[in-house]
Ligand binder design. Structure first.
Ligand SMILES: [Zn+2]
Ligand SMILES: [Zn+2]
Ligand SMILES: [Zn+2]
Length: 173
């Protein structure tokens, strides 16, 4: 069994845990356990944090969050979901490391891990919030897979959701 496959199985165990804890949480999420101002980029489909500008988009320049809701992502250990998601201080996207692999960043090389909290996301058909958000196995970012627009990936042509769970994302407006 490859290292990647092993890590995905471990990840899957956490997804299961998140699902069981996540049921019934919708509608009573505590604000202190979530960070707001996460935005969907209409150009590359990735989720990025808008609190420090637009970061770096695969399409050139900063991400474009102008058509996005105000998404919230859990930061507390008490919140439900799969832990270990990180914010990249280069491109400002949310990504999930797999072992020592941190995915392809627009900045060049792998995503940065400095200054990031450990974020949590809930997965599964019952996860509260908007679907379908997916993990790209190449850039390892979270992206919205429900758009008919092309979803350009920093690691190649388009994002690859083939090994992703079905993530749900909460928003507050
Ligand atoms: Zn973008
Ligand atoms: Zn990055
Ligand atoms: Zn990608």
């Amino acid at each position: 069994m490859s290292q990647l496959r092993r890590n995905l199985l471990v990840t899957g165990a956490f997804v299961g845990l998140g699902m069981s804890l996540g049921l019934g949480v919708s509608g009573r999420a505590r604000a202190s356990e979530y960070q707001s101002n996460w935005r969907w980029c209409r150009r590359c489909q990735a989720l990025f944090w808008g609190g420090r500008g637009g970061g770096l988009c695969r399409m050139g320049g900063p991400h474009d969050g102008s058509a996005s809701a105000n998404y919230i992502v859990a930061t507390s250990e008490r919140a439900p979901g799969q832990p270990g998601w990180r914010w990249c201080h280069h491109c400002h996207s949310l990504y999930l490391p797999v072992g020592d692999t941190r995915g392809v960043c627009v900045h060049g090389g792998e995503h940065g891990i400095e200054s990031s909290a450990s974020y949590r996301l809930s997965a599964g058909a019952d996860a509260p919030g908007q679907h379908p958000w997916r993990w790209c196995r190449v850039c390892q970012c979270l992206f919205y897979a429900g758009s008919s627009a092309v979803a350009p990936c920093a690691g190649g042509s388009v994002h690859d959701p083939s090994q992703s769970g079905d993530y749900g994302l909460l928003s507050i407006d």
